[in-house]
Design a protein around this ligand. Sequence first.
Ligand code: NAD
Length: 289
Amino acid sequence: MSTIAFLGLGHMGGPMAKNLVAAGHTVRGFDLVPAAQDAARAAGVTVIDTAEEAVTGADAVVTMLPNGAIVTSVYEAVLPHAAKGTLFIDSSTISVDDARAVHALAEAAGMQQVDAPVSGGVKGADAGTLAFMVGGDDAAFAAAQPVLEPMAGKVIHCGGSGNGQAAKVCNNMILAVQQIVVGEAFVLAEKLGLADQALYDVVTGATGNCWSLHTNCPVPGPVAGAPSGNGFKPGFATALMNKDLGLAMDAVSSTGASAPLGTHAAELYSAFAQDNGDLDFSAIIQTLR
Ligand code: NAD
């Protein structure tokens, strides 16, 4: 079993660190917020006073932080304190460019490093069933697999550095567009006199079926437990979808890719997030009525 430093013990990082402890690893955790430290301590994490101290002597360092600027500053702070050859895994959702930049920092300091963003949300973090999308060379991927396994339902090697983040932004751009168009279909059906349940029953057995319908149905009734039946309590918060679409748009503009629907979805979510950031992203249907 390994000694793993875990930096960022929030909604996602806390339960991920808990699953590493449950798998028998020694986890040395650090977070700026006392409540996150307390929850991690209760889950068996050894909470350390500074990030620099947490990485000292660790075999692997996992980061689960809010954004690319913070990941960069944490890497700059801790890299000099880690032993050469330490494996760095960044599971935060950050831009492809930032992911490649922090990879270069880690490589220059003599470390192995992968980007390994996740999907599956807080529920998946708690259950240890996250999907990890990993970018890095074959040796770093092989080294990362046993560390990721206790937190994972699925681990997919997406190619070189940054490709995990590339997969994540592409997936979430698809998801955003689908959630909007599923909402549009329910609103159109209502205007045409077609019942929500009838539309649901037809489309879940037809070619329009998708997660935004069969699991995250934006009207209450057809799917027990969907956020739409619970005042749009997330789920996946609009603020997080807006963040991820911002990263997708960074990638669209830096590559010159054509993404007219993704761009429009980003505009709609950016406006909706102003006052509704804490609602599930399926609540975008409210803007269509
Ligand atoms: P969060 O805000 O709950 O947790 C982030 C934690 O990082 C906080 O506890 C914060 O105190 C800590 N932190 C900030 N700066 C720090 C520093 N310099 N050193 C140490 N700790 C620091 O956010 P979250 O929901 O856990 O998300 C974390 C990452 O995972 C984000 O990049 C997010 O986009 C991504 N993500 C979140 C979800 C989700 O459903 N919440 C799903 C997939 C991916």
